[in-house]
Design a protein around this ligand. Structure first.
Ligand SMILES: [Zn+2]
Length: 117
């Protein structure tokens, strides 16, 4: 399922980028997205780094072994197009506005989490 977009961090070049937030095998994890800067798939949502790093390392190993990086599932076309546009727009921004928006999105995702508790 396509949940929208989220900010990823690349483990290879350490840069952040916005990518599609796609459910990883029906879990709350996000499928790693290709880094637009270096092409690596060793990426994870930057907000997950503290708690899920080892989980993503396992996913990266599995992906490297199978050579499969793309998720096969059905996306609503309009939502997909909208989300890709949002990612491209974000990735073309300068570093300062990226940091500002990331701070904002981290705050709102924390709000979401506390709402779930
Ligand atoms: Zn990268």
């Amino acid at each position: 399922m396509l949940r929208g977009t989220t900010i990823f961090k690349c483990d290879n070049c350490k840069k952040k980028f916005k990518g599609l937030d796609i459910e990883y095998n029906c879990t709350s994890l996000s499928n790693p997205q290709k880094c637009p800067y270096c092409g690596s798939f060793h990426t994870m949502p930057s907000e997950s780094e503290t708690f899920y790093r080892s989980t993503y390392e396992t996913i990266w190993k599995r992906m490297d072994k199978s050579g499969e990086h793309e998720v096969t599932c059905f996306y609503e076309q309009s939502k997909l197009t909208e989300s890709i546009d949002e990612c491209n727009e974000w990735n073309e921004q300068n570093e300062e506005s990226k940091a500002a928006e990331e701070e904002y999105s981290e705050r709102s995702s924390k709000d979401k989490l506390s709402f779930l508790d």
